[in-house]
Design a protein around this ligand. Structure first.
Ligand code: GTP
Ligand code: SPV
Ligand code: MN
Length: 588
């Protein structure tokens, strides 16, 4: 036991009585303890130790083929009133769910070790950080939580001896039975129960379950925001750094944007990019009235496929030490890892993500499309010096974006905060492999929070509007981007990745009032000549195409927005209805 806090001890006792483990181990975060767990995991085959010279302290883990992504259809928000979960969440009554899962958790850890993991979301010593405990029977969870959070004593110290303000997470792999898989949030009790998965976002309870679903609910009640947003800093040649938060749906480019390498012309001019976070932001109004962000996480749970020295060298370098790879291919000749898009030389002597001998010429994939790396933030060559700053960083712009083959232009700016909330609320994006289900289907995903909002989505929109009221003229400017427009052959038109800085520069120039814009039916767009294409192979005609707002497509879009908004009935803020009306008028 690491603490005398009775609230923690009583809860752990209850969970021990329920799950009946053979042994209880409190995780203090010490190297000796973690080394022992790593050793056991290698002995049991749960993890494979990789080449110590090429990838020191790195491991490979494979999950079952039925357990490779978040499961949105089995994720529940359990509030006492069904209404409070809203039309976009699965709901069950908390008493019913506790009973149902209670039966499944009863005795589930017999013959197993229970780990009790204290962890902190947010920088040590920050008044914005929050404490969680995760109880789990998975070594993989312990070792991933060590990378993704500040684990052990820091969390115990932050909680103190008497506080009851911590999130109670219970996880068991159980039988990894997908028919009995449940990811349940009880926002009114600060509680998360997850069973029958051993994969990423389903089981690393500090991440989506706490830092988004529970925290969004806390934020609404406490006057702050928990968002699915990266945080990056852009340093100009004068050495000033401005910070941007960006919300894109899963597997739509947050990690890539957060660590981008400036294109040559920007590098030469003296621009630098600093990563504060790649997935989640907690945002509050600071004493100066501006909006400030912290990254609650301590590592990156990033998409492996497509990550390479050209697309995202900073992410790749982050994985060179102390990293856990999940569901990638194993190169048997070198005992290193490989995934699609890493390089053009797939290993000829290899094991695929399913653990089978893999023939790279037979058209099958070596790595799962949602294979991931869990890498410590400290490894990232461009990690911001503010990463551990308890105050966080002040935000100049908020950027929304998704994967849209046609409708959304490369970039546009909202007319004001409420219009920006509207722009976020109508986000739509093609689905990706980050969740189970069909890939490439366009769906509404407001603020990239559809799978992560822990309460009624219309109340969430209202909360955004309220935050804008509080921030007044200190509020960040709000933009929308789309890196994924395609030509008639289906190829991406915009080069993307590092070149996205060209768009971010326009965004910052707008924030500083340094550049004009053109008014379009959907908001302010750049003048073609204001997107710097120096050093790119595309010309101004292509840029004009990328910026084009097709009125006919947008009229269709309005139909989809009406349908989506229809779900929320009276609870939808009237400000958003007015914005939709304005859009319709502008399209006439
Ligand atoms: P989660 O971790 O699931 O939240 O994903 P993410 O939003 O961090 O996405 P990530 O940066 O890992 O990118 C996902 C996929 O999008 C990868 O396959 C990238 O190669 C691709 N991608 C990222 N940025 C761009 C871009 O600017 N253009 C294009 N065409 N593809 C991109
Ligand atoms: C996402 O799907 O947005 C992720 C991966 O960041 S997971 O942690 O599995 O949710
Ligand atoms: Mn994510």
């Amino acid at each position: 036991m690491l603490t005398n806090n009775k609230n923690v001890l009583n809860w752990v006792d209850e969970m021990v009585a329920l799950t009946k483990p053979d042994k209880v181990v409190w995780i203090d975060g010490s190297k000796e303890q973690l080394d022992e767990i790593r050793k056991q995991s290698v002995e049991s085959g749960e993890m494979i130790k990789l080449n110590e010279e090429k990838l020191p302290n790195c491991y490979l883990h494979r999950t079952l083929p039925n357990d490779v992504a978040r499961v949105e259809h089995r994720t529940f928000i359990c509030t006492r009133n069904k209404e409070d979960a809203g039309p976009t969440n699965n709901w069950e009554d908390p008493q019913v769910m506790y009973k149902k899962l209670g039966e499944m958790f009863d005795g589930v850890m017999k013959g197993r070790t229970m780990y009790v993991i204290p962890y902190l979301m947010g920088p040590v010593g920050s008044e914005f950080s929050k404490v969680g405990f995760e109880i789990t029977d998975s070594n993989y969870v312990v070792l991933n939580m060590d990378i993704m959070t500040r684990m052990g004593k820091d969390a115990i110290d932050q909680l103190g001896e008497t506080s009851n303000d911590f999130v109670r997470g219970l996880h068991s792999k159980a039988d990894i039975d997908e028919e009995k898989r449940y990811i349940c949030q009880f926002p009114e009790d600060n509680t998360i129960w997850s069973i029958n998965s051993a994969y990423g976002g389903n089981v690393l309870l500090g991440k989506k379950c706490f830092a988004l679903r529970i925290a969004s609910f806390q934020g609404k009640n406490e006057g702050w925001m928990a968002e699915h947003m990266l945080i990056l800093g852009i340093e100009n040649p004068q050495g000033e750094v401005k910070y941007i938060c960006a919300a894109f749906p899963s597997a739509c480019g947050k990690t890539n944007l957060a660590m981008l390498i400036p294109p040559e012309v920007y590098k030469k001019a003296g621009y630098k990019v600093w990563c504060v976070g790649d997935d989640i932001s907690w945002l509050r109004q600071g004493p100066d009235g501006r909006l400030w962000a912290i990254n609650p996480e301590n590592g990156f749970f990033g998409v492996a496929p497509g990550t390479n020295l050209k697309s995202n060298p900073n992410a790749l370098h982050s994985t060179e030490e102390g990293t856990i790879f999940t569901n990638v291919a194993l190169n048997l000749d070198t005992n290193t890892v490989w995934w699609e898009g890493l390089d053009k030389n797939p290993p000829t002597n290899a094991i695929n993500w399913k653990g089978e001998k893999w023939d790279c010429t037979d058209g099958s994939k070596g790595a799962h499309p949602n294979s991931r790396f869990t890498a410590p933030a400290r490894n990232c060559p461009c990690i911001s010096k503010e990463f551990n700053n308890p105050q966080g960083v002040p935000i100049s712009a908020i950027v929304f974006g998704g994967r849209r083959a046609k409708t959304a232009p490369l970039v546009y700016q909202s007319r004001d905060w409420n219009h920006g909330v509207f722009v976020g609320s109508i986000m739509a994006s093609e689905t990706t492999a980050a969740a189970t289900g069909a890939v490439g289907v366009v769906r509404r995903d407001p603020m990239a929070m559809l799978p992560f909002c822990g309460y009624h989505m219309a109340d969430y929109f209202q909360h955004w509007i309220d935050m804008g009221q509080k921030l007044g003229d200190k509020a960040p400017k709000i933009f929308n981007v789309n890196w994924f427009r395609t030509d008639d052959e289906g190829n991406f038109i915009w080069p993307g990745f590092g070149d996205n800085l060209r768009v971010l520069s326009w965004i910052l120039d707008r924030c500083e009032g340094k550049v004009d814009a053109v008014e379009t039916p959907i908001g302010f767009g750049p003048k073609v000549e204001d997107i710097n294409i120096d050093g790119l192979s595309i010309d101004e005609t292509t840029v004009a195409n990328l910026l084009n707002v097709d009125k006919e497509l947008w009229k269709e879009e309005v139909g989809g927005i009406h349908e989506f908004y229809g779900k929320f009935g009276d609870r939808l803020p009237k400000e958003l209805i007015a914005e939709l009306q304005t859009l319709e008028n502008n399209l006439e």
